[in-house]
Design a protein around this ligand. Structure first.
Ligand code: C2E
Ligand code: MG
Ligand code: MG
Ligand code: MG
Length: 285
């Protein structure tokens, strides 16, 4: 891919080559083969509305099914993909695979959106909007069915290009979610100018609720901030009913986490959806 891929990707790769140790260089070669050879897999984790209990979205999360090392988590290979430009090919693969899966499941029929994670390097390319819109057209999926989850750090890497890309995508109807909110250092005035739909509170603030008073204060403030900006607010990493009750009381819109479901292989989602009872999540207010 690097040889025939984008000029900038190749240049960056060559430039950084010297900084990699041999083990990392081997990993780069292996990862390139993995992307081409279909060793990557997507797991899917649902999000549900607190008010109704209804599942409103699924998020695609990449894993590497390595022939010797088993299932490798994204944190172990995404940084290398980002440093080498392989992330362009990886994101294209994720887009095509997740959208084809959404069509196979009939997600739009169920009014579910498909969320995928986008890295800083993707957003720094002026042609990224075309990449996304072409993938949607090729898969025959309406732009409004796709949510791009973008971390604050990724938004801030090249704010001008990111804003251009996001405005083009939003104009076409694609939704944008700010992932891991509260971890980065986004300028709030910049954030307020972007065409956003959703704010996802970082799981580090959610995991130790309700005991951690500081985190509880942050979570309440972020929920209010999101609502004041006209955004839906999602809490990620929700593992207990107690946390769910607190989030419900604080006015959070959507939850995601092990309490609802762990990320699961594609073939498990339909039966999970069929078995999910809407009443399970809703808590007395
Ligand atoms: P993220 O997008 O913030 O995803 C949330 C992470 O938290 C996922 O880890 C998920 O499995 C995990 N998680 C979900 N519910 C819970 C919970 O209740 N408790 C705890 N402790 N963890 C929970 P995962 O799948 O290892 O992904 C890690 C990160 O890798 C993601 O964070 C995202 O930033 C990145 N990533 C994953 N897939 C992709 C992808 O296809 N492309 C790009 N660019 N990044 C991806
Ligand atoms: Mg995410
Ligand atoms: Mg997150
Ligand atoms: Mg994260």
């Amino acid at each position: 891919y690097l040889a025939k891929g984008s000029r900038s990707g190749t240049a960056r790769y060559d430039q950084q080559r010297d900084h990699f140790d041999p083990a990392q260089l081997a990993l780069v070669a292996e990862l390139r083969r993995a992307i081409e050879g279909n060793e990557l897999v997507l797991y899917y984790q649902p999000k549900a509305e607190l008010r109704t209990g209804r599942v409103c979205a699924v998020e695609a999360l990449v894993r590497w099914r390595h022939p010797e090392r088993g299932m490798v988590p994204p944190d172990a290979f995404l940084p290398v993909a980002e440093q080498t430009g392989l992330i362009d090919a990886l994101t294209k693969w994720v887009l095509a695979t997740a959208l084809a899966q959404a069509v196979a499941w009939g997600l739009s029929f169920d009014r579910l959106t498909m969320a995928i994670n986008i890295s800083a390097r993707n957003l720094a390319r002026a042609d990224f909007a075309d990449t996304v819109l072409s993938a949607l057209a090729a898969a025959h999926v309406l732009p409004g069915r796709l949510v791009l989850e973008i971390t604050e750090t990724a938004l801030m890497t090249d704010p001008e290009t990111a804003a251009d890309v996001l405005f083009r995508l939003a104009e076409a109807g694609v939704r944008v979610s700010v992932d891991d909110f509260g971890q980065g250092q986004t300028s709030l005035s910049y954030l307020a100018t972007l065409p956003l739909h959703e704010l996802k509170i970082d799981k580090n603030f959610v995991g130790d609720l309700p005991d951690n008073a500081a985190h509880a204060a942050i979570v309440r403030s972020v929920i209010d901030l999101g609502h004041n900006l006209g955004l839906q607010v999602v809490a990620e990493g929700v593992e207990t009913r107690e946390i769910t009750a607190m989030l419900t009381a604080a006015g959070c819109d959507i939850i995601q986490g092990y309490l609802l479901a762990r990320p699961m292989p594609a073939d498990e989602l339909p039966s999970w959806l069929a078995g999910h009872r809407v009443s399970e999540l809703t808590v007395e207010r």
